[in-house]
Design a protein around this ligand. Structure first.
Ligand SMILES: C[S@@+](CC[C@H](N)C(=O)[O-])C[C@H]1O[C@@H](n2cnc3c(N)ncnc32)[C@H](O)[C@@H]1O
Length: 255
């Protein structure tokens, strides 16, 4: 369970009825403000701007804030399903059909996996990320190409993946995990702003070892772990690895 008190508040907005804002603040157990300024104690605010739920950093109040980006990244083919190319697809495998992303976060990996046509379910435990993801997946379902192809957004499952995985109706072939690792002292690659904010709000995922064990016992074919170059492999020596110098996808095959 995460406690956001002192860190996060909900900020009222013209785009959101007051009752909804109140319900939302109550659900997250954080204050609701009509307006905020530099002296407001919390560092982060959840609010609606331009019809998107956004996380706003106090130092950047005037800027746009962060929402879950539902659009393909540069270079990604804009058709569905996009070709299964690149290190992530190599790690998951072309023949794999069902995938569970146990650490959805900003869903950039999830959405990439979804766009390549895998049958995907997403797990996230942070209530604030769940709120941002819920908003994003609703926006996703409104996109032209999603409607044209009659696609639904991936199913979003709330809770600790260690428990959620064990309670799934049917076991996925592949479980994908990208937990928060402690930062390297000497910075090699500058983490993205969105990831820095996540670390500020949620901290490292200290139970990542147990998450790996849960993933490995549930997956029928394999577990894929994304990790920074400097990190020790989470599950011991992987069967194989894909990726670049800064980032690896470690693959653990079953049986
Ligand atoms: C490094 S971020 C994942 C980033 C994601 N791959 C992306 O592309 O945006 C880790 C996320 O996993 C979530 N998480 C970590 N351990 C979890 C667990 N055991 N159960 C559910 N969610 C977990 C954290 O709350 C956080 O949002």
């Amino acid at each position: 369970m995460h406690h956001y008190s002192g860190k996060l508040a909900v900020l009222q907005s013209e785009d959101l009825p007051l009752v909804d804002a109140q319900a939302f603040a109550k659900q997250l157990a954080v204050p609701l403000y009509e307006s905020v300024n530099k002296n407001t104690p919390e560092d982060f605010f959840l609010t609606w701007r331009d019809t998107e739920l956004k996380l706003i950093d106090k130092d950047l109040l005037k800027k746009g804030g962060l929402s879950v980006d539902i659009h393909p990244r540069n270079g990604e083919q804009r058709s569905w399903p996009a070709p299964k190319e690149g290190a992530l697809a190599q790690a998951i495998g072309r023949k794999t059909k069902t995938v569970v992303d146990a650490t959805t976060g900003w869903a950039q990996d999830s959405l990439h996996i979804f766009r390549m046509g895998y049958d995907l379910q997403c797990i996230e435990r942070s209530p604030i990320m769940l709120a941002l993801l819920d908003d994003a997946f609703k926006r996703l379902e409104q996109l032209d190409w999603m409607q044209r192809l009659a696609l639904s957004a991936p199913k979003l499952l709330a809770g600790n993946a260690i428990d959620v995985l064990a309670a799934l109706d049917s076991a996925p072939e592949c479980v994908y995990i990208d937990p928060m690792f402690p930062p390297k002292r000497k910075k090699s690659a500058l983490p993205k702003k969105s990831m820095l904010i996540l670390r500020d709000l949620l901290g490292d995922d200290l139970d990542r070892q147990s998450l790996f064990a849960a993933a490995f016992s549930v997956a029928t074919k394999k577990v894929v772990v994304k990790c920074p170059d400097h990190a020790e492999p989470l599950g011991g020596e992987p069967t194989m690895s894909f990726g670049s110098k800064l980032l690896r996808y470690d693959v653990y095959l079953k049986g």
